[in-house]
Design a protein around this ligand. Structure first.
Ligand code: NAD
Length: 489
């Protein structure tokens, strides 16, 4: 939990953003946001509660039912989204700097990520007036039937700390294109960038109340938001426990959800793969953002004949990785975002050793760097797929390596997990590629690449990795109801 030190009166303050205005919470409570590199609080954040959620949902409900937003055509809504995209590019450096202070991501990585979010608003801005409904040929004579897509109304967006603006955008851009209004609850560890971002909406031409942000904690803000009777859909990205809790609460009120949860994704390297390419893909798949990504390729499956050679190459490639200050250009691995996450990663390293896995690289923290919240890139061999280190999401720079014999053996191991977010396959054989793609139980399969995502392409999980899809045309359909209209002549 972020600290709530009261000796921080001189720090910048970020309020809640409700009905077009930044303001303190109703009971004027605050908590601190800490910088993971130096461990020091750098901002004070308004700590919302149920009463603030009520104000925000009422503002979103008003904006959906009266005033300029419902009066706008889909084309006009699309233009607001396009304008917002331009403003994001203009303000990208500031937003990226805030996100880096909040979660310790590398400057290069977070700047590129924030700029890329603009493309989502452009894409959904263009799509807003192109989602066509249909006229339906029916068996009834003299009756004409057609469908209308109607926005679901007020939508809740609840996000984690690893990519704050980006993961909010995956839900927000299609929700706005569909005509919904929104209340966002950012992670308590990374709230500031969302408030900075919310200030752009009025400049982009959005009416007041269309987008609201209530900062605070899961039980204090998240649950009242999920259960509010005027909220019709919840778009959530985060951990399994919170995701299941939200699904239960939503089910009691028959609300719809999209849930983007955890992963334990297999990266499968066959003996005919281009190994130079595979090594780079495997390394960025697990060690980018210090492994704190849902789509991390955290289980490496290697065909037995090249197992030792590939492990050797990986260790050589990663051994000299530069850990340090995320603002420095040469840094390759930044700090772990939260104290809880740091402890969890170190605990999993101990669990792996106790289970009999062999540490081929790393395995330690680096107390001498910054505030000491660093974990070395770590590679474990001699891992069995039934070990906890092979089954549970670490969300850190920890890779486990397992050998396989042939395609069926690789599939057996790859699919033997509660998760199904993504998978990578490295081979030059087309027949084998198609065989694997068809049988992998994962929402995304990358072949001879890893980590590509885009506004154009659906993203989401099979099995325990989630419900529904984000991005692409399909995402808009998560935010509309379909009404069928019958007209007799
Ligand atoms: P988390 O589940 O602890 O928190 C996510 C958000 O949910 C936060 O805003 C939190 O305040 C809120 N929350 C917590 N309990 C809640 C409750 N009872 N009701 C309503 N809201 C509640 O996750 P985290 O630690 O912030 O993020 C890490 C997790 O996110 C990892 O498991 C990771 O795999 C997952 N993740 C998934 C994706 C994806 O697209 N599948 C992307 C990024 C992260």
């Amino acid at each position: 939990m972020p600290s709530d030190s009261t000796s921080a009166d001189l720090l910048p303050r970020y309020g809640l953003f409700i009905d077009g205005e930044e303001r303190p919470s109703l009971d004027d409570a605050w908590f601190s946001s800490d910088n993971p590199f130096d461990g020091k609080p750098w901002a004070r954040i308004a700590r919302g509660g149920a009463a603030d959620v009520e104000l925000a949902v009422q503002a979103a409900h008003r904006a959906h039912s009266e005033g300029a937003w419902p009066a706008m055509s889909a084309t006009e809504r699309g233009r607001c989204l396009m304008h917002l995209a331009d403003l994001i590019v203009e303000h990208a450096a500031r937003i990226a700097e805030i996100e880096m202070r909040d979660n310790g991501k590398l400057a290069t990585e977070v700047t590129g990520q924030v700029r890329y979010t603009a493309e989502y608003y452009r894409y959904y801005g263009g799509l807003a007036d192109k989602v066509e409904s249909s006229v339906i040929p029916t068996d009834k004579k003299g009756v004409f039937a057609y469908t209308r897509y109607e926005s679901k109304g007020v939508v809740a967006i609840i996000t984690p700390w690893n990519s704050p603006l980006s993961l909010t955008t995956w839900k927000l851009a299609p929700a706005l294109a569909a005509g919904c209004t929104v209340v966002i609850k950012p992670s308590e560890f990374t709230s500031a960038s969302m408030i900075e971002f919310a200030k752009l909406f009025e400049l982009a031409g959005f009416p007041r109340g269309v987008v609201n942000v209530v900062c605070g904690f899961g039980e204090e803000v998240g649950e009242p938001l999920v259960t509010h009777p005027l909220v019709s859909h919840i778009g959530f990205t985060g951990g399994d426990a919170a995701g299941r809790r939200i699904y239960e609460l939503a089910a009691k009120q028959l609300k719809t959800v999209t849930l983007e949860l955890g992963g334990k994704s297999p990266n499968i390297v066959f003996d005919d793969a281009d190994l130079d390419q595979a090594v780079k893909g495997v390394v960025s798949g697990i060690f980018a953002a210090s492994g704190q990504t849902c789509l991390a390729g955290s289980r490496l499956l290697v065909q037995r004949s090249i197992h030792d050679q590939l492990v050797e190459r990986l260790v050589a490639f990663v051994a000299d990785a530069v850990l340090g200050d995320p603002t420095h250009e040469g840094t390759q691995i930044g700090p772990i975002a939260t104290p809880g996450q740091f402890r969890k990663i170190l605990d999993y390293i101990e669990i792996a050793k106790a289970e009999g896995a062999v540490c081929a690289l790393g395995g330690k923290s680096r107390p001498e760097l910054g505030a000491g919240r660093f974990v070395e890139p770590t590679i474990f061999t001699h891992v069995r797929n039934d070990m906890r280190i092979a089954q549970e999401e670490v969300f850190g720079p920890v890779l486990v390596v397992m050998p396989f014999e042939d395609a069926d053996d690789a599939l057996r191991i790859a699919n033997d997990t509660a998760y199904g977010l993504a998978a990578g396959v490295w081979t030059r054989d087309l027949h084998r590629t198609l065989y694997m793609v068809e049988r992998l139980k994962a929402g995304t399969v990358w072949v001879n690449n890893y980590r590509a995502t885009s506004f154009t392409s659906p993203f989401g999980g099979y099995k325990g990795s989630g419900v529904g899809r984000e991005s692409g045309i399909q995402a808009i359909h998560e935010f509309v109801e379909t009404k069928c209209v019958w007209i007799s002549s």
